[in-house]
Design a protein around this ligand. Structure first.
Ligand SMILES: Cc1cc2nc3c(=O)[nH]c(=O)nc-3n(C[C@H](O)[C@H](O)[C@H](O)COP(=O)(O)O)c2cc1C
Length: 265
């Protein structure tokens, strides 16, 4: 098995049922980020090794509790112990392999590809009273129906991130084609109540701002966040929704569009 400390932020276990080898694959990343990742899985042992807690491997495998996997895992630890690779605290010594084949596209290529992706536009809101906050996103996505989950990506440098995490809740208000002024205010005004001076806002559960004539409003509790590159993926469990029949606002090629229905022949 291979623990992968990605430079996207996620830590994953590859090849979890291969008990014949164990190493830690490290993507190129700033030392500070790498140190944070190492602290999540164990601790350093010199420049070339990491001492791993077996509980971390069991958790990341997704197979803990599965009798066949557990037998294989115990066999791997016994094997490592015979060679002196397991210390008195039960930590397993694993070699660091530097990932030197992490070729990626340029920023310009990334933007060109993503501009081709049409997406709905939503006003994400959080907080209540004078502490309301909001941002425009095109990354809202449906995740799961049972339980009902929806999520979006927030830039770690966005003024929305701190109020969002402090509140633990958000409302995703899906914008209609007549919500241009709401979008303009969210993009132009300073963070806080000033962003809510356009549009018809009411208070939802816990006092969060709900756009009363949104195509849909989804009131959510945050159940999971995951840093991925420059953004955090924020997942919400949907507690309440409201809908209105109207046409959406669509983001495409770095501008906003109306949706036109096509007749397919
Ligand atoms: C159409 C559109 C979609 C956007 N989608 C996102 C998004 O999904 N995630 C994100 O963090 N920022 C997104 N942004 C940028 C934010 O709306 C905002 O401008 C940026 O986070 C800076 O916000 P701040 O002034 O609130 O800090 C989008 C902007 C536009 C115009």
């Amino acid at each position: 098995m291979r623990l992968h400390l990605t430079n996207a932020g996620a830590i994953t276990l590859l090849d979890a049922s291969n008990f014949k080898k164990l190493d830690v694959l490290v993507d190129p990343q700033p030392r500070e980020r790498l140190d944070q990742a190492v602290a999540r899985i164990g601790r350093r042992d010199g420049d070339d090794h990491i001492l791993l807690a077996p509980s971390v491997l069991r958790f990341l495998s997704g197979h803990a509790g599965d009798a066949i996997w557990e037998a294989g895992f115990t066999g791997m630890i016994d094997y490592a112990a015979r060679f002196g690779w397991v210390n008195e605290r039960g930590e397993i010594r694993a070699h660091i392999t530097l990932n030197d084949s992490d070729e990626v596209i340029s920023l310009a290529d990334f933007k060109a590809a993503m501009r081709a992706l049409p997406a709905g536009i939503s006003a994400i809101t959080t907080g209540s009273g004078e502490a309301v906050a909001g941002m425009i996103v095109s990354s809202l996505t449906s995740i799961s129906a049972e339980p009902p989950l929806a999520g979006f990506f927030v830039n770690q440098s966005s003024s929305m991130r701190a109020p969002l995490m402090a509140s633990g809740r958000f409302v995703a208000n899906i914008l209609g084609e007549d919500h241009g002024p709401v979008m303009a205010r969210f993009l132009g005004a300073p963070q806080g109540p000033q962003r809510f001076s356009e549009g018809c806002w009411s208070e939802g559960q816990h006092g969060l701002p709900v756009l009363t004539n949104a195509l849909a409003s989804l009131e959510c509790d945050i159940v999971c966040t995951q840093p991925l590159g420059t953004h955090d993926f924020v997942v919400g469990k949907i507690r309440k929704t409201a809908n209105r029949e109207a046409n959406p606002m669509v983001n495409f090629n770095a501008s906003t569009h109306k949706l036109v229905q096509l007749a397919l022949h």
